[in-house]
Design a binder for this molecule. Structure first.
Ligand SMILES: [Mg+2]
Ligand SMILES: [Zn+2]
Length: 181
């Protein structure tokens, strides 16, 4: 099976957004149905790129290694279940740093593309914030907004983005994607 790629935000999509930073493995809880949704993606030949803003790193709240440990924790769990997490792209920067990777900038996607010599154009990108949606659109991905995490707030704030695909959660997003593929 030729790999298909999908981009996922992490907090509020895969794990429950604490409306604070996830700074310990014990704070990482899968959103309802997200673990199963990742497995479905794996079964259907999707390889997953994670694009996550983690300014808590440059706020000095946690080290890059600390974030890596949290990601290794859940990536190990799903990898053992047959899911292929191709890349975990992390932006450590604060807004003021004006980096090229903090979403809605597209640097995280470009990094993954370069690293793996792949294209993420026309891939689905599932997120819970408007910064995910804007990043997806700017890069030529197809955005899906979930209602989990900041999603309900994002729906209210989406303004002219009326035609967005909105799903209850990652599980529903994956069902929709698999129905289209
Ligand atoms: Mg999020
Ligand atoms: Zn950055």
């Amino acid at each position: 099976m030729k790999p298909k790629y999908i981009v996922l935000d992490r907090d509020g999509v895969i794990n429950v957004d604490l409306f604070d930073y996830v700074m310990d493995v014990k704070d990482f809880k899968f959103e309802e149905g997200s673990y199963e949704a990742l497995i479905e993606l794996g079964k259907n030949g999707f390889e997953i790129i994670i694009a996550t803003n983690q300014k808590c790193i440059n706020l000095g709240l946690i080290s890059f290694k600390g974030i890596e440990e949290i990601n290794n924790y859940w990536v190990d769990i799903v990898t053992k279940a047959g899911v292929k997490i191709k890349s975990v792209e992390v932006c450590p920067h604060r807004d003021e740093e004006k980096c090229e990777c903090r979403k809605p900038k597209t640097g995280l996607l470009k990094n993954a593309e370069k690293k793996h010599k792949i294209s993420l154009k026309n891939c689905f990108f599932v997120g819970d914030k408007l910064s995910d949606i804007e990043c997806a659109l700017a890069h030529g991905c197809i955005p899906i907004l979930v209602e989990t995490g900041y999603g309900l707030r994002s729906i209210e704030e989406r303004g002219s983005r009326e035609n967005l695909i909105i799903t209850k959660n990652l599980s529903e997003a994956v069902n929709l994607i698999l129905a289209k593929n």
